[in-house]
Design a protein around this ligand. Sequence first.
Ligand code: ZN
Ligand code: ZN
Length: 258
Amino acid sequence: MNGTFQFLGTGASAGVPVIGCKCEVCVSKLPKNRRYRPSGIIRCAGKALLIDIGPDFRSQALQFGVDSVDGMLLTHTHYDHIAGIDEARIFNVRQKKAFPCMLSRESFEEIKKRYYYFFNADGLSAKFDFFPFDDEMGVAEFLGLDIGYCNFYQTNMKVSGFRVGEFAYISDIQRYEETIFTALKGVRKLVLSALRPEASPFHLSFEEAIAFSKWVGAHETYITHVGHFFDHDAMQAMLPPGFYIAYDGLTLEFQCTN
Ligand SMILES: [Zn+2]
Ligand SMILES: [Zn+2]
């Protein structure tokens, strides 16, 4: 069975262009140099699953025609991945039910504190059906699909990656246990975050991302969460075969089942 993944956003936490920045990349008019905050949509077996819902979600949904979504996989609660969460209310209105969301126990506990009003029955805010997982890695059924998950860290924040068949989405990874490669065994198409070619305190460098992907054994790796340090084509030229700098709107095809 074939599935697709479309990038709705591939930028760093401030997006590209960055507000007020006049660098060559931020003033560039090339579409591949304009990046919304990181997000994407998996379509498989008639289901559409959103990954993350950052501050650009409304613009992303309008630009890329995301009219209906069946549920969401949340990687973590940093604002660039969650700040659009209130916008999920439109799916409550459209689909007349709570919006399903799969996430780690830690992300769920943080949402309970920060978005306490989702749990009040006032009818004015978004309503969710949360499916928290407690293990560090595993496979859970979500909306009839087998979703693999694995946790890693960005400073002290626990972040989750997700897998469907031969596709995996690993963003905001900074520290990880080697056991992650067990969870990612057999992944051929990998989305992986790397802010810029050089080292960064919160993200992998390109070199570290290449090493990670080689451990996974991915055939194609798409780099996301990139900053405004270099233009798309210049970054692409720095990468070896099989590695691609993602851009907003790019769609990949993959096998949903192993
Ligand atoms: Zn991020
Ligand atoms: Zn983050």
